[in-house]
Design a protein around this ligand. Structure first.
Ligand code: FES
Length: 573
């Protein structure tokens, strides 16, 4: 049943005959709006993560006008509300520390202003989960407008991919295989248009997952930011949210357990970022869906990797779009998806896939010719990670997936940076590099340090991958035999805190095991000697973060933001 204008949430601000509403209307008039601009219309809050320090969202400054055009055309009243930008390359120590900050900001902005619905404009890594988490908790009709990937990078005619090729050529520079001049050319050519990272990093992974969850219009996530189709999608998104308000179609109507399974299948088939695990768990818990790590492992055992996109594959998001994009990939996976899940346009996922087809089966592989038959992610457990750890086997050298080696332990990032290239470091290609104090509290914010650099001496010998273990995350654009998200983290006394240089560590991906090969008595002895590190923050957001952030296997949300308990709307006096 369609809502009536007087049932709109914003009616309380604009539509009633009291002194407060007089104030709201007179202030709207001050901004140049006539009553006919907003009376009886849904107020659509556009949460825009544009800023002058987020290169992935530079086009949002103009794109927001296209969203507004759609809202006006459909009979809504657009109100742009800037929110935190979470610029992945610039914000320190890591945007992950501020994901929950933006989630909280998004929720409270929607709650405290006269919003009837929301357009969420995000794309750079953490902006997507953050906006969705906040909008889910507020549970007003909301639609996501993805930033879209940037165009392919270019260097001397070679294609460059965000992140992946930075790591790759940095290693070549350190190994002496390219010179400073080439490195500067790569710097100038690797990011040459607006849009988020165009490898299958966290940004492309999460916007695709959110499309499969039903929170965008069909096809929205794959369109490159610089493509005219992106502007048209922005207008259509603006149009659609107005009807979603009248229909009262809210995030929790879409975000079911089956929809999250679809999103996990999507992440796996894309060879997507391990970061998606943390984000999807956090998003699911906001929707009241109890998603656990093992669900990723279960679905990974049967889901093929079909996107031949870096870092797991060869191509980039621009190629993926031309090959048919996410809709083509999902159409190929129909039998693995719950097709009856509702989506933002009112149709089911299955209906939205009608007519989708692969235009280039080199880029979007068919079921008959997958990049990997299964096993895009694996969840490990063992005495080093009682609450779980993850690895992306597709991004690792296969010989390392079954490995026993001696640990080389780094106390924290600074220790690692100071010693990794020390010629005196006792390290061999079979060593297992261990980094601790890089988790949610220890980092803090679980920075993307999980792809520890290969020691320079080994690089020069031609070594390009080693087993690395940490409680950190890894950029979705990274690769290597990196065991990540070890939980509980070392900072709070997880067993990673007890590992010592020289210990034997066993990684058994097939058996899903991560073991520190010392006996229980020795582990107990070390535990008794362990001392908790001092708290890093005495005040401010850091202190709040440290006190309330959860572990990786729980999604790293704040304990007081999780769940679906109702929060009252503000009273308007
Ligand atoms: Fe924004 Fe990679 S830096 S998505």
């Amino acid at each position: 049943m369609r809502k009536k204008p007087e049932e709109l949430r914003s009616h309380r601000w604009y539509g009633v005959a009291d002194l407060r509403a007089f104030g709201h209307r007179s202030r709207a008039a001050q901004m140049g709006y006539d009553r006919s601009d907003y009376a009886g219309k849904p107020v659509i809050a556009i949460l825009n993560t544009w800023s002058e320090i987020n290169p992935c969202h530079t086009h949002f400054k103009a794109r927001v006008d296209e969203v507004k055009r759609g809202i006006w055309q459909a009979g809504g009243f657009p109100v742009e509300l800037p929110v935190s930008s979470l610029s992945e390359p610039f914000q320190k120590p890591t945007t992950m520390m501020y994901r929950n900050f933006l989630a909280m900001e998004a929720e409270e902005i929607l709650r405290s202003y006269p919003a009837d619905g929301a357009v969420l404009m995000g794309g750079c890594d953490k902006t997507t989960p953050a906006l969705v988490m906040g909008a889910t908790s507020m549970n007003l009709p909301a639609i996501f407008m993805p930033a879209g990937p940037m165009l392919r990078g270019n260097w001397r005619g070679k294609t460059l991919g965000s992140g992946s090729d930075a790591w790759k050529y940095w290693a070549e520079l350190r190994a002496g295989n390219i010179d400073e001049c080439a490195w500067r050319e790569i710097e100038a050519g690797i990011a040459r248009s607006p849009g988020h990272c165009m490898t299958m990093g966290t940004a492309s992974t999460m916007t695709s997952a959110v499309e499969t969850l039903g929170l965008t219009l069909p096809g929205a996530a794959s369109i490159p930011a610089a493509d005219a189709g992106h502007a048209r999608m922005a207008t259509l998104t603006g149009k659609r949210i107005v009807d979603m308000v009248w229909e009262d179609l809210k995030p929790r109507d879409l975000l079911t357990a089956a929809a999250f399974d679809n999103a996990i299948v999507t992440v796996l088939a894309l060879g997507g970022s391990t970061n998606a695990i943390v984000h999807l768990i956090a998003m699911a818990r906001r929707a009241g869906v109890p998603l656990v790590l093992e669900r990723f492992d279960e679905l990974a055992r049967t889901t093929p990797v079909l996107a031949d996109v870096r870092p797991s594959g060869r191509f980039l998001m621009e190629d993926f779009y031309y090959a048919g994009g996410l809709r083509a990939l999902l159409a190929e996976l129909r039998d693995a998806l719950a097709l009856d899940c509702r989506t933002a346009n009112g149709a089911t996922l299955g209906e939205n896939l009608a007519g989708a087809e692969i235009h280039d089966s080199e880029v979007v592989r068919t079921r008959a010719n997958p990049l990997l038959a299964a096993g895009g992610l694996a969840v490990l457990r063992g005495n080093l990670a009682p609450d779980g750890a993850v690895i992306k086997p597709a991004a690792a050298e296969p010989r390392l997936l079954q490995h026993v080696g001696r640990a080389v332990v780094f106390e924290d990032y600074n220790d690692m940076a100071a010693r990794i290239d020390d010629p005196a470091l006792e390290v061999t290609p079979d060593s297992v590099l261990v980094l601790r104090n890089a988790g949610p509290q220890g980092g803090p914010g679980m920075p993307e340090w999980g792809q520890l650099p290969i020691p320079k001496r080994l690089l020069a010998e031609g070594v390009r991958d080693m087993v690395r273990i940490s409680d950190a995350r890894m950029s979705g654009t990274s690769y290597g035999a990196c065991v990540l998200h070890v939980a509980p983290e070392s900072f709070v006394g997880g067993p990673l805190a007890l590992a010592q240089t020289g210990d034997l560590i066993e990684l058994d991906v097939a058996g899903r095991r991560l073991m520190l090969r010392i006996d229980d008595a020795e582990l107990m002895r070390r535990r008794r000697l362990w001392k908790a590190p001092p708290a890093r923050y005495q005040r401010g957001y850091g202190a709040l973060f440290q006190k309330h952030v959860g572990q990786a296997d729980q999604g790293c949300d704040f304990d007081f933001l999780e769940g679906t308990a109702p929060t009252p709307d503000p009273e308007i006096h």
